[in-house]
Design a protein around this ligand. Structure first.
Ligand SMILES: Cc1cn([C@H]2C[C@H](O)[C@@H](COP(=O)(O)OP(=O)(O)O[C@H]3O[C@H](C)C(=O)[C@H](O)[C@H]3O)O2)c(=O)[nH]c1=O
Length: 181
């Protein structure tokens, strides 16, 4: 298992060891002990799974407020996504900064998104399925969103006309005063 840091502290790329043979492949997609050896001791409580039928489906940017803020461990089992995390920790030196990583069934990369980040992805292939573990249960009352194309963040998404949920079309712009973890 290989861990790669990004330009934002705590936002990490995980690459499991893949055992390929003439039948296909096997990998330990999650191993709490090996992650703990790398300093990742998060206790996950919920698995999420989404299917997006089309290329250009954009889900996000979402987060949950304290005390329901979520760490997310994201991976793709079919298709590919451009996965984006935005640092919205008010006292962070990288507040408002973002990182985008391509996660795919082919590259088997995972993204560890700590609490205090807004998260979203845009699909790069049809029928893309995303699995992600979270360390806090879904709490709709504490769920918040930031507009996917907020100019103050300036994410370079793979499309300028994504397929969005009604909810995602209406998120507000990033306002630090309204964010607390
Ligand atoms: C997140 C969630 C949703 N739901 C229900 C609520 C709705 O009836 C339905 C679809 O929810 P939503 O449109 O919020 O799904 P996404 O747009 O994929 O949301 C996700 O998008 C980005 C990528 C994220 O990082 C979040 O984890 C998550 O918010 O599933 C649940 O029952 N449990 C849950 O944990």
């Amino acid at each position: 298992m290989k861990l790669t840091s990004t330009v934002i502290a705590g936002l990490l790329i995980i690459e499991p060891e893949v055992h390929e043979d003439h039948r296909g492949f096997f990998m330990e997609s999650y191993h709490a002990g090996k992650l703990a050896e790398l300093g990742i001791t998060t206790t996950f409580v919920q698995d999420n799974h989404s299917l997006s039928e089309e290329v250009g489906v954009l889900r996000g940017l979402h987060y949950q407020l304290h005390p329901h803020a979520q760490t997310k461990l994201v991976r793709v089992i079919s298709g590919a996504i451009y996965d984006v995390a935005v640092d919205i920790r008010p006292d962070s030196p990288t507040f408002g900064k973002w990182v985008g990583v391509t996660l795919s069934a082919a590259n088997k990369r995972q993204l560890l998104v700590p609490q205090g980040f807004a998260h979203g992805f845009c699909t790069l292939e049809p029928r893309t399925q995303v699995l992600y573990k979270v360390d806090a249960y879904y709490s709709p009352q504490h769920e918040r969103g930031i507009l996917w194309n907020d100019p103050a963040i300036g994410i370079t998404w793979p499309t300028t006309s994504p397929i969005l949920s009604q909810k995602d079309e209406k998120h507000p712009l990033l306002k630090v005063a309204e964010i607390h973890f």
